[in-house]
Design a protein around this ligand. Structure first.
Ligand SMILES: Cc1cc2nc3c(=O)[nH]c(=O)nc-3n(C[C@H](O)[C@H](O)[C@H](O)COP(=O)(O)OP(=O)(O)OC[C@H]3O[C@@H](n4cnc5c(N)ncnc54)[C@H](O)[C@@H]3O)c2cc1C
Ligand code: FES
Ligand code: FES
Length: 464
């Protein structure tokens, strides 16, 4: 077969699996790669949760960035719709060993007794594999992989050993140096992957019931459970214009399609509150696919980027058939999982102004990694030389039907000397500022207490 997997006019949609071209005509575009692999009798990739939580299904997706450099990215195959793999390259655990010789990521787990029942092991192997070639070998490499019987100490030792090895000359490193282009336009059944915003908007006119889909870490959970999400999908993950991160006169412009891993590595240090929030956002496999636009598009009251964007006075650019408009994040959320965005509008970018305020993010969840927030809080405070508050933003997720600012407390703080008395008063007000729900994650009283104690912590850590 000579057709390129990147050729949008190719008669048959295809992808490259473990170095072999595989045609996908007739495959269910909304079905997950994991289920598809099972049907091909590739049983190395395991199913644990089917929800993106356990990492047993991890595979390596080869992605080529705009600069032409390719990377192995660990992703959860249970969340990857088949429509999204057309024209792409994927490696599963079956591709790693060379005959009887295990890949060092596998051998290290053997040598350090990093596996007992072995069910989770292929997922760990694939996360370590991607970490080896991506330059990340620490606890974050496998934070999205759960092991229920070995214990993590041997796995950490295996990770530490891998960090001492040089992989630059092996066949997988060579494979990354092969010339490639970013994945191009593609269609699999009712799953359309355009490469321009105009084409995406045009497709939406033709298919008004279609759902936008980006990294599919949110929608993929529904699809993985077999729920009917939409009659068709318009994928946004190949549109170069949505992938830009630009320094502007007033701050930063972040394309809606930028993955959270990229945001973390490119802006995590420049905007420390962003870096801190992303450190605890889901896990590596999810951050490798999840996007800024998807986080806002899901309109979740516990979406972790929302309080950050609220605290930073960010603006969202929406584009639809009638043109573009800028909406302050403060006006974006209108109700529980509802936003000002019309169904045929796309989130194109987020503009974050540079701020002189001290800003930090806090996330409280049941476990540190790979868990969603009980309460997320982001504070931005600017003091003058006399320690009087010149600017105040106190933004929260998890305490109301939408991400929300404590505007009453912000108004109280403005102009006040930030001292023990005003902080104590602000904390008292914060205890009463919202009426959060009690659910299986936490009680309402605990959430209210967090609103106050996180602000207290922020002042003690950042402004004392
Ligand atoms: C295991 C796991 C852990 C998670 N942990 C966290 C967490 O810690 N914090 C958190 O906030 N979230 C978390 N999530 C939720 C999810 O990963 C994020 O919300 C993510 O940012 C969604 O981005 P996406 O690109 O994958 O969205 P998708 O699933 O592709 O889309 C989500 C929604 O946004 C819409 N959409 C996507 N892009 C656009 C656009 N450009 N314009 C308009 N609409 C758009 C889609 O139509 C859909 O309704 C987690 C999910 C999983 C599976
Ligand atoms: S099966 Fe658990 S993350 Fe995919
Ligand atoms: S080795 Fe059994 S769950 Fe990890």
């Amino acid at each position: 077969m000579t057709t390129s997997i990147h050729d949008p006019h190719a008669a048959t949609p295809a992808f490259e699996l473990n170095g072999r071209r595989v045609e996908l005509a007739g495959s269910d575009p909304a079905g997950s790669l994991l289920r598809w692999l099972k049907r091909q009798r590739l049983h190395g990739t395991k199913e644990g949760c089917g929800d993106g939580d356990c990492g047993a299904c991890t595979v390596a997706l080869i992605e080529t960035d705009a600069d032409g450099r390719s990377h192995y990215r660990a992703v959860n195959s249970c969340l990857l719709p088949m429509g999204s793999v057309v024209g792409r390259e994927i490696l599963t655990v079956e591709a790693l060993a060379d005959g009887d010789v295990l890949h060092p990521a596998q051998q290290a787990l053997v040598d350090h007794s990093g596996s007992q029942c072995g069910y989770c092991t292929p997922g760990f192997v694939m996360s370590l594999f991607a970490g080896v070639y991506g330059g990340e070998l620490n606890d974050h490499t496998t934070e999205g992989n759960l092991c229920r019987c070995t214990g993590y100490a041997p796995i950490r030792r295996a990770t530490a050993e891998l960090a001492t090895l040089d992989f630059s000359g092996d066949r997988f490193a060579e494979g990354l140096r092969r010339e490639r282009h970013s994945a191009g336009e593609a269609t699999l059944g009712n799953y359309f992957s355009p490469v321009t915003i105009d084409d995406a908007l045009r497709l939406k006119q033709q298919h008004p019931d279609a759902a936008w889909i980006a990294g599919a870490t949110d929608l993929g959970v529904n699809l993985s459970r077999g729920q009917v999400v939409a009659s068709s999908f318009i994928a946004l993950d190949r549109i170069a214009e949505l992938q830009q991160i630009e320094k502007t006169d007033g701050g930063w412009r972040i394309g809606a399609g930028v993955s959270l891993s990229r945001l973390e590595s490119e802006l995590g240090e420049t905007i420390p509150a962003l870096g801190e929030m992303l450190r605890w956002f889901a896990a590596r496999q999810v951050r490798n696919r999840a996007t800024v636009g998807g986080n806002l598009g899901s309109a979740s009251p516990i979406g972790d980027l929302s309080p950050l964007l609220l605290a930073l006075d960010a603006t969202i650019e929406l584009r639809g058939p009638k043109g573009s408009r800028q909406v302050p994040v403060a006006d974006f959320f209108t109700g529980y999982r509802q936003t000002i965005r019309a169904d045929d509008e796309l989130i194109v970018a987020v503009d974050i102004p540079v701020s002189g305020a001290t800003c930090m993010a806090y996330k409280v969840a049941k476990r540190q990694s790979d868990d969603i927030s009980i309460v997320a809080a982001v504070f931005a405070i600017q003091l003058d030389e006399a320690r009087c508050v010149r600017h105040a933003r106190l933004a929260y997720g998890g305490v109301a039907a939408t991400p929300v600012r404590a505007t009453g407390v912000e108004d109280f703080l403005l102009g006040k000397l930030l001292d023990a008395t005003s902080v104590e008063m602000a904390c008292t007000m914060l205890l009463e500022a919202f009426t959060p729900l009690s659910d299986h994650r936490a009680g309402a009283d605990y959430r209210r207490a967090l609103c106050a104690s996180l602000f207290d912590k922020f002042v003690a850590e950042q402004l004392s």
